[in-house]
Write a protein that binds this ligand. Sequence first.
Ligand code: ARG
Length: 581
Amino acid sequence: MPDPQLVLAARVQAALSAAFGPSYADADPVIRPSQFADLQANVALPLAKKLGRKPRDVAEEIVANLDTAGVVSDVQVSGPGFINLTLSDAWIAAEAQRALEDERLAVPAADKPQKVVVEYSSPNVAKEMHVGHLRTTIVGDAIARILAFLGHEVVRDNHVGDWGTPFGMLIEHLLDLGEDAAARDDSSVSDLTAFYQAAREKFDGDERFADRSRKRVVALQAGDAETLRLWNVLVEVSKRYFNAVYTRLGVTLTDDDIKGESFYNDLLAPTVQELEDKGIAVISDGALCAFPPGFTGREGEPLPVIIRKSDGGYNYSTTDLATIRYRVDTEHVDRMIYVVGAPQSLHFQMVFAVARMAGWLNEEVRAEHAQIGNVLGTDGKILRTRAGGTVKLSELLDEAAERAGAEFDKIQHDEPFDDATRAAIVQAVGMGAVKYADLSVARDSEYVFDFDRMISFNGKTGPYLQYAAARIRSIFRRGGLSPEDATGPITLGHPAERALALELLGFGAALKQAGDTAEPHRLASYVYAVADDYTTFYENCPVLKAPDETTKASRLALCAATLRTLETGLHLLGVPTPERM
Ligand code: ARG
């Protein structure tokens, strides 16, 4: 348990219990970062109120009972009663050494591993993915990777929109173009935006086509075999496209993770039945509705979740309720994380509320909407092309790689690269730039898609972090060593060595926080902090030219531990790390 915060919390709790009695053994010691030491315990202030004593006296009494052995080198009471705690160099060095020797960098696995569904990406069949999907895909993938590393059983779930009324017109349009157009990968079909728009135009302008389309929806819903076969042709075209995007981005989703809306089709009727049997779903204005408590409209009228429309059709919400029921009853999950855009927030709040009424969700089984903020252009408006159209994802990624190439040529390289190697590195830099930019911002805040900012080798960017890792590798190459051979022992002399080693001990805490809150930006910030501390270390502490062999061995070990922390952290964010740059 190398996390300094936890170690100190345990020591202060023991002191509280020794000083004020066992009932204080699990009081929050209020450990916070400190300006004057490594950390500070602020518990004396709230405690003093409770005990009716002076905070400073309470602080002194805690300190008198504090076991500092092996961990704390200095304790000071300051201000009204803050307890400033300085960790001992020997403890930091020993814990950094332990991390270095451990294949998980001493990151503890979760005490209670859970089965977690991470639902993300979830694009729509026969429609192009947009930047919103790009963001849910990138953030969701990082959440899935982080939770798996922490020892949870992660079920990746791509809830693609592959069902509903538009499929009538899409199938009829496919028939008009001829199925072989899909087989040939003809652009009339594979350009999904054009395909969808053409179908839409015919539907709006041609009454006979619209009629055929409506009949086709009925046939699809009735499970007509030929219609399902045609529907599947469209699904396959879209899957090819999704997979091309995922491969390019290095996203871990595969076809096996797809459980689209259609998957729940047969479960809709029994789900609705259960809601009716439990008295949760009632007829209102001809539609079957649930009214979760606490949701009201402008006039204070109760807001419904429509479960079955008056024409007998089911809704987006019905599918989501069937999905929750399936995950609880069949998949037995403990936690469901929906990585979906913020505009769907009310939808999820209401669906979750109905699921709680039905008893599917409760204290043991949690569902949470990991909200994703909108992606804006540099003009502060929803990202659009110059012509005002929706931005095509593939073109956006092409541009990222192209710009990454231009920036890449400006930095100093280890050696000249042949074209193929350069192209592979540049691709990794471009994708890493886009991904890290997405991940470094709190996921629920809006973010401005700005190539100039994200593809820079300076600042809080993917390329800066990739370059930092590659530069550590190049030190080892220059020294004729491999990072695995750097075994220390780690000793701490210079303050920059100490700061770096201490930072490395925070990896587990950063991961745990990112996993608990489903907020990868916490890991993104941590990785950046490591690179930052490493830069200071590198500027102050010569490694290959260290003054003596002991110092050199220790510094090489710090380099190796930093390298693995950076590479593991970036890997868990889904940011690739080229070995040479
Ligand atoms: N396909 C939807 C969209 O593109 C997202 C699905 C979100 N997930 C869900 N369970 N409703 O907006």
